[in-house]
Design a protein around this ligand. Structure first.
Ligand code: SF4
Length: 278
């Protein structure tokens, strides 16, 4: 693909979302050669928590190897900043506080970009239901307070945090000319749908027809409500719409969550009241 783009004078950049375990020196060097602008690694908590949830089939832990690989990426300047996404749910919020402390002591806070992601229902298999029902906060005050407590702690440690909260906006799935390429050569529009064959939109070598999961008709209800969140939301998450309503082209409205967190962020960032009140 790089040869095709280079020979047609098309500038490109790349990003990777990874569990971080296999990010060896040679792979990082390869990514750097291909204009990699973002490496996002997800962590589920401090070592004990992460290694209780994110292990190999044989139970082998992964936390320390991921941290080593982050050092390789930063110490060799393969990338300027590593994005660390802290997945949180009811089970691991307090562990994510400890993880923030650890990351601030282990790395230069200016070279780590923190984002906070609540764990969502991304699979429909019934075997996941009990975990999801017991641990995913849902859109409620508890969820908003968990986000804000982690946000304030990260800010106090010196991490630069985004000043607003948006779940999707115009994400990759809503753009015409963006694709995700899976290791098996399949193309997808949405990261959450990777691996579901029926959602593949093409394959390496096939003709790629530009498409997007952006459905302008969904905005009618948003404008009817005079919703102030439209620039942050753009009709919601296509994956959540599919999982909750069975259709990619359904409205996915998380107004209470967007408003609750953004009001708290305004207070925290501009009124200087480090309050958890929402
Ligand atoms: S929060 Fe709801 S009403 Fe507002 S833009 Fe999003 S989907 Fe539309």
């Amino acid at each position: 693909m790089a040869l095709i783009l280079d020979s047609n004078n098309i500038k490109y950049n790349t990003e990777i979302i990874t569990n971080g375990y296999a990010l060896s020196d040679d792979k990082l060097s390869f990514l750097a050669m291909h204009n990699c602008e973002k490496i996002q690694i997800t962590l589920d908590g401090c070592k004990e928590m992460h290694d209780s949830r994110r292990v190999f089939c044989n139970g082998k832990p992964t936390f320390e190897k991921i941290i080593t690989n982050m050092h390789i990426a930063l110490d060799n300047n393969y990338i300027n900043k590593v994005s660390v996404r802290l997945n949180y749910d009811k089970q691991n919020v307090s562990s994510q506080v400890k993880l923030l402390d650890y990351l601030a002591s282990e790395f230069d806070v200016n070279r780590i970009y923190i984002s906070l992601g609540y764990v969502t229902d991304s699979a429909k298999e019934p075997s996941f239901d009990s975990y999801i029902n017991n641990n995913i906060p849902g859109i409620n005050k508890e969820h908003i307070e968990a986000y804000i407590s982690l946000y304030i702690h990260a800010k106090q440690l010196g991490f630069k945090m985004k000043k607003y909260y948006a779940i999707n906006g115009i994400c990759i799935s809503k753009r015409n000319h963006s694709i995700l390429m899976c290791a098996d050569g399949n193309y997808y529009k949405c990261g959450g749908l990777v691996g579901r064959d029926d959602h593949s939109v093409g394959k390496v070598g096939s003709t790629l027809i530009p498409q997007s999961y952006h459905y302008p008709e969904l905005y009618d209800k948003c404008f009817d409500k005079k919703c102030e969140m439209i620039p942050l939301c753009h009709s919601g998450c296509r994956l959540d719409a599919f999982n909750l309503k069975g259709r990619l082209n359904a409205l996915d409205c998380k107004y209470d969550l967007l408003k609750g967190i953004n009001v708290a962020l305004l207070r925290t960032n501009y009124v200087d009241i480090p309050s958890l009140k929402v």
